[in-house]
Design a protein around this ligand. Structure first.
Ligand code: GCU
Length: 592
């Protein structure tokens, strides 16, 4: 699925803006034929989560179905066009109708999906687009749903949040990213896979392109551009639905954080000498490898300095905002970071594009977060593989993506099933599924401390990622002791597995303006000193490959007595203002 593009043969009609909304508390919308239109309850801004923008009508903690509708027009076309409706995300699932006709549905809240609607769309009259979005989860979904009975079964009633979420972030709902109508040629490019290799100073680009249908009397011109200069052009005649090849770029500038060099690959599709379609895709030539307990980028060791993040902003919720994307990248550059993990779900395509352009190294994660293995089923496994397939298909061309993260902290409830032979079989299948799709990138799975060195993730991960809170959830107030415990644990993990280790999470909840002359949890000094202690331990060990502080910014969670509306482990608050730790971190990460 290609990211939408306007060019000589492709048009985009943005469907963002004000939509009409109707709350479907009793799931009666289908029986009442809301697909044919409904009397609105409210107006909602798209892209954006419904929770904060409509909290005054009770949607902050709403879990269920919400219906959206809007109209759009299309102009008569002189030649046949294909019309494709693309949703960049709908959280958590969506069902779509056009002019009352059922178009399709999609499950998964963080990846794009599209429907070809050419047979349903009408020229010269209003087209009614109706979408039913549902943010309910269940035991089989990724992320997993968790319920009161489950908390009672585990004697963890006090841990239950409102709404009930097994993970520590807000279960936002809505059309969180763009909705667009793509006006495409009768036959168009559907997909391009890019892989790159390096041989001395030569970069090698491997491409595989797929088209929507067979082309008659066709010719394809494939060009590589360095900025505006065409550095390679070739013609291929009589192509079938798929085209693959490779191009060598001599004296190539390799992509890296200090020089995020991007070239562009252009395909021009001709049929009978007429330009039918064209598509240009940016690419970076780089190679990522694990070698002697280091991550090598283009043969040189790199150290990952950065954060676990969230897509979470005041009022927008998970809503897409270009200025806020820029703000986060500017702050990460300011603080000296070079990397982040898309904790705990795929981020927007726009964020991935910015990482390519600014040279950030991304660990790309699916929303298999805090899975309780007592409730995992074959359906869960199938859904897990589906979301991995969709993620890798969407993001495999980004040079910024250096690793896949297949889950976060499974087994955090201490359920024995998490270390059972079934769990081992589950993870073996998951890791193999990723390797079958992409052998070019390492795979990891950030773990919690519950299972100590018995966590199955260590067996299958190419590099180990650990989320550790010594000095916060365990040994609170004792920063040095926490540092010693961390060092002891990392040494024993390395001795057992001989794999490089990323500290994928560490940090402390911090209230801006709270200060202390002694180690006081929630004070700015405590966050600064605890993070500094982890830096010291990480720096002292030869097998650590990075440090991702948790979290870049404060973020909203479901309601719970342990959270003051937000998780306050941010180095920046939710409005992106720095806490004092940010200045220590900046000094540490930017010193030459
Ligand atoms: C876990 C988890 C995060 C969570 C964090 C915390 O490690 O991965 O999602 O926010 O702990 O408790 O702050």
């Amino acid at each position: 699925m290609l990211y939408p593009q306007t060019n000589r043969r492709r048009m985009i009609q943005e469907l963002n803006g004000f939509w009409e909304l109707k709350i479907d508390r009793d799931d009666s919308g289908r029986n009442n034929n809301w697909k044919n239109g409904f009397n609105k309850d409210a107006i909602i801004g798209v892209p954006g989560s419904w929770n904060e923008q409509l909290s005054e009508i009770g949607l902050m903690d709403y879990v269920g179905s919400i219906w959206y509708q809007r109209q759009f027009y299309i102009q008569p076309q002189s030649i046949r066009k294909q019309y494709v409706l693309r949703f960049d995300s709908a959280d958590f699932s969506a069902e779509v109708w056009l002019n009352g006709q059922w178009i399709g549905k999609h499950q998964g809240g963080f990846l794009p999906f599209e429907f070809e609607i050419s047979e349903f769309v009408k020229e010269d009259q209003p087209n009614r687009l109706t979408v039913c979005v549902d943010n309910r989860l269940n035991h089989d979904t990724i992320p997993q749903g968790i319920f009161t009975d489950d908390y009672i079964e585990f004697g963890k009633q006090r841990d239950q949040s409102y709404p009930s979420t097994v993970f520590d972030f807000m279960a936002y709902g809505g059309l969180n990213r763009s909705v667009r109508l793509l006006v495409l040629p009768a036959v168009y490019m559907e997909k391009v896979n890019i892989d790159t290799q390096i041989h001395d100073s030569t970069g090698i680009l491997y491409y595989r392109a797929e088209f929507s249908d067979n082309l008659l009397d066709n010719e394809i011109i494939i060009s590589v551009y360095d900025e505006e200069t065409c550095i390679d052009k070739r013609r291929v005649k009589e192509v079938s639905k798929m085209l693959e090849g490779q191009i060598e770029i001599k004296k190539c500038e390799f992509w890296c954080p200090d020089n995020p060099k991007l070239y562009s690959l252009q395909f021009e599709l001709f049929e009978g000498g007429y330009l039918l379609d064209e598509y240009s895709i940016e690419f970076g030539i780089r190679e990522i490898k694990l070698h002697k307990n280091k991550i090598l980028l283009n043969g040189d060791p790199i150290f990952l300095k950065g954060f676990g993040k969230h897509e979470d902003f005041p009022v927008l919720g998970k809503g897409l905002s270009h200025p806020l994307i820029i703000k986060d990248f500017e702050l990460m550059k300011w603080i000296g970071a070079n990397s982040f993990r898309t904790s705990h779900y795929p981020y927007s395509e726009e964020i991935m594009q910015m990482a390519d352009r600014t040279g950030f190294l991304i660990i790309d994660e699916v929303p298999a977060v805090s899975m309780n293995f007592k409730y995992v089923t074959d359906k869960t496994l199938q859904n897990h593989k589906t979301v991995l397939t969709e993620l890798i298909n969407r993001d495999r061309n980004h040079p910024s993506v250096i690793a896949w993260s297949v889950a976060n902290e499974p087994g955090i409830w201490g359920e024995k099933e998490a270390v059972s032979s079934n769990a081992d079989k589950y993870w073996k299948e998951i890791f193999n599924h990723v390797k079958k799709m992409d052998i070019s990138r390492p795979i990891t799975l950030p773990t919690c401390a519950v299972w100590k060195n018995r966590d199955i993730a260590y067996k299958y991960s190419d590099f180990i990622s650990v989320n550790r809170y010594w000095g916060w959830y365990e040994m609170p107030g004792e920063i040095e002791k926490a540092g010693a415990k961390l060092k002891e644990e990392l040494l024993s993990l390395f001795k057992l597995y001989h794999k490089p280790i990323l500290l994928s999470e560490f940090g402390a909840d911090t209230v801006e303006g709270l200060h202390s002359t002694y180690p006081q949890l929630f004070s700015e000094e405590y966050q600064t000193d605890l993070i500094n202690e982890y830096f010291k331990v990480i720096k002292s060990l030869p097998f650590t490959i990075g440090e991702h502080i948790w979290n870049f910014a404060d973020f909203r969670t479901a309601q719970h007595h342990r959270r003051i509306v937000v998780n306050k482990k941010g180095v920046f608050n939710r409005q992106r203002e720095p806490k004092s730790a940010a200045f220590m971190i900046r000094k540490y990460w930017t010193k030459k």
